[in-house]
Design a binder for this molecule. Structure first.
Ligand code: NAP
Length: 248
């Protein structure tokens, strides 16, 4: 069955893979981005080439009006939503907590926690059957860092992802009777540009070699899990925290 989905941070990395895999199922995808319009356009073209429909939507998830607008834009283009991927997230350069300034911590929590909660709120408003929605699936992108803690690198980021796990547990219970499933994926070391943005472009390659599977994961390996959680094949799965982390 064709679906309408919105992916925050859908323009690059894990979000892009999920978008293209959704396109291959013939789904329609709102591809949100915040700064890299060229990457968003490339992703839209890739979704269409795969067999789906897509639009690029600019907006920072930590901005309430922008977040509401990205949901509006997706529904105006394609109709009522069936699923949302709460994927946009950032890391700051590796640092001990003792050396972190407040601007860095505020930005990480604004995007990763407040942004994710705003997107989850919009998803709850629009997917819930008691509010006129069709029911559906919300997939929150957490991180293995939520259980590992990110010592010496980013305990701020790890804590922000802990909040995503807790949001998932609570919202799954809150929305179950509204036909909305809520799950989280906790990726491990995945080869995307996020590591370069944290100052270590080869982090996934180097640390991935130490995991039980002996390698980093690919964005497509996470994207497959996202699309499965969006699909009806996972119809009895809610409140789950799914590690896609090569055993790490
Ligand atoms: P990425 O390659 O850096 O891509 C990040 C995406 O998020 C881009 O599309 C970016 O848009 C968008 N974005 C960033 N800040 C945003 C904001 N404020 N509002 C809207 N969009 C924003 O990252 P990734 O590795 O794919 O990570 C995706 C998710 O997986 C994140 O939540 C991350 O924490 C999580 N994760 C990743 C790993 C990993 O190893 N890669 C591991 C665990 C968890 P622009 O192109 O416009 O910048």
């Amino acid at each position: 069955m064709s679906k309408v989905i919105l992916i925050t941070g859908g323009s690059r990395g894990i979000g892009r893979s999920a978008a293209v895999l959704a396109g291959a199922r013939g789904w329609s995808v709102g591809v949100n981005y915040t700064s890299n319009a060229a990457a968003a356009d490339e992703t839209v073209a890739a979704v269409k080439a795969a067999g789906g429909q897509a639009i690029a939507i600019h907006g920072d998830v930590s901005d309430e009006a922008a977040t509401v607008a990205m949901f509006d834009a997706t529904e105006q283009a394609f109709g009522k939503l069936d699923g949302v991927v709460n994927n946009a997230g950032i890391v700051a350069p590796g640092s001990a907590l003792a050396d972190m300034d407040i601007a860095r911590m505020k930005r990480v929590f604004d995007v990763n926690v407040l942004g994710a909660y705003l997107c989850a709120r919009e998803a709850a408003r629009r997917l819930s059957t008691s509010r006129g929605g069709k029911g559906g699936s919300l997939v929150n992108i957490s991180s293995a860092a939520a259980r590992l803690g990110g010592p010496g690198e980013y305990v701020d980021y790890a804590g922000s992802k802990g909040a995503i796990d807790t949001l998932t547990i609570g919202l799954a219970k809150e929305l179950g009777r509204d036909g909305v499933r809520v799950n989280a994926i906790r990726p491990g070391l995945i080869e995307t540009e996020i590591h370069a943005s944290g100052g270590k472009p080869d982090r996934a390659q180097v640390m991935g070699a130490t995991t039980p599977l002996g390698r980093p994961g690919t964005a497509d390996e996470v994207g497959e899990s996202i699309v499965w959680l969006l699909s009806d094949a996972s119809s009895y799965v809610t409140g789950a925290l799914l590690d896609v982390a090569g055993g790490r």
